[in-house]
Ligand binder design. Sequence first.
Ligand code: GLN
Length: 196
Amino acid sequence: MIIGVLALQGAVAEHIRSIELAGGQGVAVKKVEQLAEIDGLIIPGGESTTIGKLMRKYGFIDAIREYAGQGNPVFGTCAGLIVLADRLEGAEEPHLRLMDMTVARNAFGRQRESFETDLNVKGIDTPLRAVFIRAPLIKEVGDSVEVLSEYQGEIVTARQGNLLASSYHPELTDDYRLHELFIRMAQERGQTHVGR
Ligand code: GLN
């Protein structure tokens, strides 16, 4: 499976490394035309306002909405999760408005800006190592969203059909099982969809 990583800003090389460890082929996506060549797209962590601004500038908002609308898998991590959300807490404008959830940015406060923990994630048999950096939280989800993990009672991993989102950075450890899960989503899509 060829998995693209949106390469406008943020942790791109780290995701490509995890994709390859998980058995996929990783490519940096810098142009909308590249979406036609990939089996799944990861939107990395970084700074969501910057990523959103660059996505608008380079035509990625409509292109990714269309890509996801066709059933292609899209995975947002940290800032990427913020970018996927339909609703953001506060006065902020949402970006892709793809996933039926409300997200709060920088939700852990200054005391706990970054930390690592082991998380139970549905579909992964033993706890996953997760790195949180100025992480967002999913405050509320619609009926079609499946919660895959919680941390201290707050939602930090969720899936809605072909969309996957994590509050944390799964690409900063050697534990690449969430990337494996995403590659499986891309494989399932490949099997059910004729004539990509
Ligand atoms: N705090 C960042 C934001 O709001 C996200 C941080 C991250 O991606 N590690 O965009």
